[in-house]
Design a binder for this molecule. Structure first.
Ligand SMILES: NC(=O)c1ccc[n+]([C@@H]2O[C@H](COP(=O)([O-])OP(=O)(O)OC[C@H]3O[C@@H](n4cnc5c(N)ncnc54)[C@H](OP(=O)(O)O)[C@@H]3O)[C@@H](O)[C@H]2O)c1
Length: 230
């Protein structure tokens, strides 16, 4: 079976590495990027894989734009909600804990996956083995609590909760939905001292996503395949 993936935040970091991995395995990617002026990497990929890669500009907080893209494409098999932002990294007095930054974190990390899944659901229903993967973080787990990044943690806890609700509502369509912690990854978000390269994380995530089935639906997985607490 050939698979068509839709990946958000595909221009850099884990989203870009996932895009490379999927294309390398011979499958198709619809790559969504917030800003197509910084897609140099993707543009290079496009010349190598032009029949397998389509690039669209889309902010995941803009559902109208996501719907327009959905209307313009054929069916898809896998949605990977990867786009995310950190916001304030510090404690409660971190100066980035402003209404605007908080709103951006919540709109991107919680509403973004919700709008993406809702906009592309009809296209996913045409698949024989439809799957949804939400790239979350163990920072959203109550068992990995700490004293910083208040709204990032809260947003990932919330998107894990959304994932469970989606898994319940989409069960009757045989759509499996799961959340994944990608590891600590050397990206703009993870920083240079993180333990995994984006390629290592993407390879591990790709394997898990490919074998995702209805029994896995509603679960939160580490990149190594172990279950994590919500
Ligand atoms: N790196 C880690 O250690 C780590 C650990 C746990 C979880 N994660 C999660 O993994 C995912 C990917 O993170 P990363 O490390 O690859 O971060 P990254 O390098 O900062 O990349 C984030 C991606 O999301 C995109 N994005 C942000 N806001 C968006 C919006 N409103 N609409 C569309 N795209 C948007 C960015 O686009 P621009 O280039 O335009 O900004 C970029 O492509 C995130 O959900 C993150 O929370 C990462």
């Amino acid at each position: 079976m050939s698979y068509k993936f839709l990946i958000t935040g595909a221009n850099k970091g884990i989203g870009y590495a996932l895009t490379c991995e999927v294309l390398d395995k011979g499958y198709d990617v619809i790559a969504l990027c917030r800003d197509t002026s910084n897609t140099i990497n993707l543009d290079e990929l496009n010349s190598a894989y032009k029949d397998n890669l389509k690039i669209f500009k889309a902010d995941v907080a803009n559902e109208d734009r996501l719907r327009d893209i959905s209307d313009s494409i054929d069916g898809i098999d896998v949605i990977i909600c990867n786009a995310g932002i950190m916001g304030a990294k510090g404690g409660m007095f971190d100066q980035q804990n402003t209404p605007n930054t908080i709103l951006n974190v919540l709109m991107t990390n919680i509403a973004g996956p919700f709008f993406t899944i809702r906009a592309f659901l009809e296209k996913l229903k045409t698949s024989e083995k439809p799957k949804i993967a939400i790239i979350s973080s163990h920072m959203g787990s109550q068992q990995h609590g700490s004293n910083n990044a208040y709204f990032y943690r809260a947003s990932k806890a919330a998107v894990n909760n959304l994932m469970v609700t989606f898994s319940n509502e989409l069960q009757s369509y045989n759509i499996s939905v799961a959340a994944f912690h990608p590891g600590w990854v050397r990206t703009d978000m993870g920083g240079q001292y993180a333990s995994l390269s984006p390629e290592q994380s993407a390879k591990a995530l790709f394997k898990l996503i490919m074998k995702l089935n209805m029994e896995d639906s509603g679960n939160f997985f580490n990149y190594d395949g172990n279950n994590l607490h919500l």
